[in-house]
Every structure is written in C-alpha cells, then in structure tokens.
Design a protein around this ligand. Structure first.
Ligand code: SAH
Length: 306
C-alpha cells in the first residue's frame, strides 16, 4: 500500500539525524514470574494456574548481568511480575552491588507500579531508567483489559512520578488488544506527545489461551508497524524497541520495526532454564537459547537488514 510505504520511509528517515543506523542493545533479565496484578491479557497474572512460578535470587540476577557485561551489554533491564519478594531493601542492595561491580553500566527497572517513595529510594540506589508501559491511554480500554482492583489513574500517576524523580522513563502500549479502536490508538499518540518519554515500547497484543481473554484475535504486524512509525514521527528522539512480541508474531517483525523507526533491541540474558516460564504470551522466541546465542543472533539479524 502506497500510503503505508510512504509513512514507513518518513519514519525511518526521522531517526537518522539523531541516531543514524545505530541499534542500541539492552540485556533483558526476567527476574520473576510471580505477580499479584490482574492484567487480563498477561499469561503470568495472578489468576493463571498453568504456569510454574520462579524468582531469581540476587546472586542469580548479578550472574546474568555478569554474563551480559562480558557479551558487551552496558544496560541491564530487570523486568518481572509485581512480586512482593522484591522489597525496596532487596533492590537497593542489589542495585548498589551491581553499580559497584560493573563499570559504566545503566540499570533499567521494569517491576510495575510502586510508591513514589519506593521509586525514590531505588533511584538513589542507582536505578537510571524505568519501563512502565501505560498499556493504553484510554480509560475505557484500560478498565476492559485489567482487573477491577487496578487503576488507570494510578498507572499514569506512576509515570509522572518517575519523570519527576529524574528517571529516564519508558511508556508504551499494545496494538490490537480486544475492543481497541483507532480512537483509542489516537489517545496513545496524544498521551505520548504530552508525556514525552525517553523510551516507548510498542508491541502487538498476543492472545494467551490460559487467560480470561482467550479466544480473541492478536494484533497484526502491519498495524503495529504503523504505530511504531507514527510514534517515531511524534517523538523523533525517543528510543523505540523492536519488541520481542513483534518478533514472535512474525519471523522478521523486529527487523521490519527497525526499518520503520525502531532503534533498540533487548536480547534476553535470563537463565535459559527459566525463559519458558516467563510466558506473558505464548510461543515466545529465543526461550531455548543461551545468552551467548542471542548475542550472536541479534547481531546477524541487524546486519542483514543494514
Ligand atoms: N510487571 C511489569 C512488566 C510487565 S511485562 C509492568 O507492569 O510493567 C512487560 C509488557 O509485556 C507489559 O507492559 C505488556 O504491555 C506486555 N504484555 C503482557 N502480556 C502480553 C500479551 N499477552 N501480549 C503482548 N504483550 C503483552
């Protein structure tokens, strides 16, 4: 389609003045699949009984980062379900140890909604960035996709708190989630323009058959690429990952995203034996690979696409 191709070209060109063809790599450690939250699309929400739960100890997390450091990564993204095991005290201790052990690293946390005070002590202990997708900027859709005890306003508040505390903030949303309309997606674009986050993760909704939303259609490659491209035009300097969800939906989904404005990839550096258990959606790619294999694979893929 001519219009889509035109959009994709413009979006690719929009990142060039700031980033040229560079792609930033961030090592992703999935630290726990315990979660107290009720995101109805997510395969590790507290209601899902078909998943074996695991959590990594401090030493295990640091060992993953050590391997990642050796592979050349300098940003580590520690992501997990909302697991009360990871208290402020635990995380502060871990952050201080990481920052003391490795030179010149950045630590990104992605551990969901926490209090202002918590975000503050984590920042002071060395956290640099925080990824917290807003999921959708439509209150109606947010409430449709999440358990009743969850709050759209609190999630938004968390993002503004993180900004105020000086984090580099990552927002983001899913494309093609059940009942999402184009009006909802316009709300995402307008919200992003206002929040002006440093990062924005955009991926297709992938239907998980063990969740309450089983039986719905997943998002599509084209629709997701259109949203990546539009966000690139709206936030020309943002860091936009070519997401694993897009790579799961389509063999070349991530490469396509790089061609329409994305400029980050997040190779997995979790222990191979836990990867299948972090099943936020099914058929996730790279679950059988080691961190070394992912490092090589990602580089080959990026180079193959120029
Ligand atoms: N607990 C953290 C991390 C969530 S997992 C937090 O609340 O931020 C990271 C992202 O995966 C989520 O923000 C969500 O957008 C995405 N995700 C979860 N389930 C998904 C699914 N079934 N399909 C596509 N993306 C999903």
């Amino acid at each position: 389609n001519y219009d889509t191709e035109y959009l994709f070209q413009k979006a690719y060109q929009a990142k060039l003045p700031y980033y040229q063809k560079r792609v930033f790599l961030r090592g992703l450690v999935e630290i726990s699949n315990y979660c107290k939250m009720g995101c109805r699309y997510c395969g590790i929400n507290y209601k899902v009984h078909t998943v074996d739960r695991y959590r990594l100890s401090k030493d295990e997390i640091i060992a993953c980062c050590e391997e990642g450091y050796f592979l050349g990564y300098r940003t580590f993204v520690l992501q997990g379900g909302e697991d009360a095991f990871y208290t402020d005290a635990f995380l502060v201790d871990m952050l201080q140890e990481l920052k003391a052990k490795f030179n010149n690293i950045r630590v990104t946390l992605s551990l969901g909604e926490r209090s202002y005070e918590s975000y503050k002590v984590l920042k002071e202990a060395g956290a640099d960035r925080y990824l917290l997708r807003h999921e959708t900027a439509s209150k109606r859709l947010y409430e449709h996709l999440h358990a009743e005890f969850m709050s759209f306003d609190n999630r938004m508040k968390c993002l503004y708190n993180l900004k105020e505390l000086g984090y580099q903030v990552g927002a983001g949303f899913m494309v093609g989630s059940p009942t999402q309309t184009n009006e909802d997606l316009v709300k995402d674009l307008r919200f992003l323009k206002e929040l002006n986050p440093e990062m924005c993760g955009i991926g297709p909704y992938l239907c998980h058959s063990d969740t309450e939303l089983a039986g719905n259609d997943s998002g599509t490659l084209t629709e997701t690429l259109i949203m990546v491209a539009l966000v690139r035009l709206i936030l020309p300097k943002a860091l936009l990952p070519a997401t694993t969800a897009l790579g799961t939906l389509d063999k070349l989904g991530r490469e396509n995203a790089l061609k329409v404005g994305a400029n980050v990839m997040m190779p997995n550096i979790s222990p191979t034996e836990n990867r299948e258990l972090y099943e936020i959606y099914q058929n996730k790619i790279c679950t059988g690979d080691t961190s070394v294999q992912c490092r090589g694979c990602i580089e080959t893929r990026i180079e193959a696409f120029g």
